[in-house]
Design a protein around this ligand. Structure first.
Ligand code: HEM
Length: 333
């Protein structure tokens, strides 16, 4: 019964999402290839991105990105989560424009909030390969967006189609990252406001937050008084050494699924922002609904919210931006 109620609750909440979000979300990569031809418009709605952007200029772009992502994840599975996190940090500031990849003094990448970001080498490697195949064509922002979709699929998530055509931004400022990117100490109202300012809603917040649970969190802060004693003892033992890594999800750190929400119900959220989602009356009904969502359904919801995240673009960057030849630097020509 609980399962049925939560299913209908989520379905009704998702009526607020646009139809195009659904159109781009499919259960399986195989299915997507067929549906791609049958149902999708060539251009996505309002942001000028399109599904056939590289159709002529770099037809193998997606295949190259996917192959490279697989190669890296086969070597180190934790990189999948790191790529998703890079994408989130990128899109929060001036839209998805590859600004997080710029590697100069005072760039977003050198901000405090970026200190534990990983996976830059994956994007550099993909870019180098794409430059060999179709030089000066595929933006770093598009590479990061596409790689995030592929990383999700490798984590057991659903496939969705990515529209392309993002430009690479030329501006990247560390202070903006420290001001905008959440660090886990915010209250729920600030997170809701941040997400809303990016065109993302309450559901996207609760759905996307599950990513924080994948793999590890270094240097956890002070114990939260809401943690149950047994879990607190475990964390205290683990956190004796500054170098110790902690799974952000107590029971399912390596896969995408609703276990995270069940743990929040048991007060086993590690970041205080995560646990607050269970205590806040605006987000608690969603946490409860997601805890009882059928396992197969959750990845679909995740794909919808990720699509929205990846489609955040800044019109100014789209006009003034470029296609970088090296993701670390603005072009010198
Ligand atoms: C909603 C607000 C969010 C907050 C407050 C938040 C905060 C954090 C914090 C504090 C960490 C630990 C960093 C460390 O190890 O020092 C973390 C890790 C992580 N975050 Fe977030 N985050 C948020 C949203 C997101 C979103 C939307 C995504 C992806 C779609 C994401 C992906 C990740 C991943 C994958 C990790 C683990 C990285 C790894 O193991 O390499 N986060 N986050």
């Amino acid at each position: 019964m609980k399962l049925l109620i939560s299913f209908f609750f989520l379905v009704s909440v998702f009526h607020f999402c646009s139809a195009s979000d659904y159109a781009t979300n499919y259960a399986e990569k195989g299915e997507a290839a067929e549906l791609k031809i049958l149902t999708l418009p060539v251009t996505s709605d309002s942001n000028g991105l399109s599904y056939d952007y590289y159709y002529q200029s770099c037809p193998n772009a997606e295949a190259i990105i996917s192959r490279k992502v697989k190669e890296w994840i086969d070597k180190d599975r934790t990189l999948a989560a790191s790529i998703l996190r890079l994408h989130f940090h990128d899109c929060v500031i001036k839209g998805c424009d590859g600004s997080i990849l710029l590697n100069h003094e005072g760039s977003e990448r050198s901000a405090d909030v970026s200190k534990t970001l990983r996976g830059f080498e994956v994007i550099d490697d993909i870019k180098a390969e794409l430059e060999k195949n179709c030089s000066r064509t595929v933006s770093c922002a598009d590479i990061l967006t596409s790689a995030s979709r592929d990383a999700t699929v490798f984590l057991g998530g659903s496939y969705w189609m990515v529209p392309y055509g993002r430009k690479d931004g030329k501006v990247s400022i560390d202070e903006e990252a420290d001001k905008m990117v959440p660090n886990g100490h915010e209250d729920i109202t600030s997170l809701i406001e941040l997400f809303q300012s990016k065109g993302l809603n309450l559901v996207d917040l609760v759905i996307l937050s599950v990513q924080d649970r994948l793999y590890n969190y270094q240097g956890t802060g002070k114990p939260d008084s809401t943690l149950p004693d047994r879990y607190l003892n475990f964390l205290t033992r683990k956190c004796r050494w500054a170098s110790e890594y902690i799974d952000l999800d107590a029971t399912s750190p390596t896969s995408l699924g609703n276990e995270y929400y069940k743990n929040l119900q048991k007060r086993m959220g590690l970041l205080s922002t995560d646990q607050l989602m269970y205590f806040d009356p605006r987000t608690q009904p969603l946490v409860n609904a997601l805890a009882y969502t059928p396992q197969d359904f959750y990845p679909q919801l995740f794909g919808v919210s990720m699509t929205k995240l990846g489609n955040i673009v800044d019109p100014e960057v789209q006009q003034e931006g470029e296609i970088r030849t090296n993701c670390n630097y603005v072009n010198s020509y």
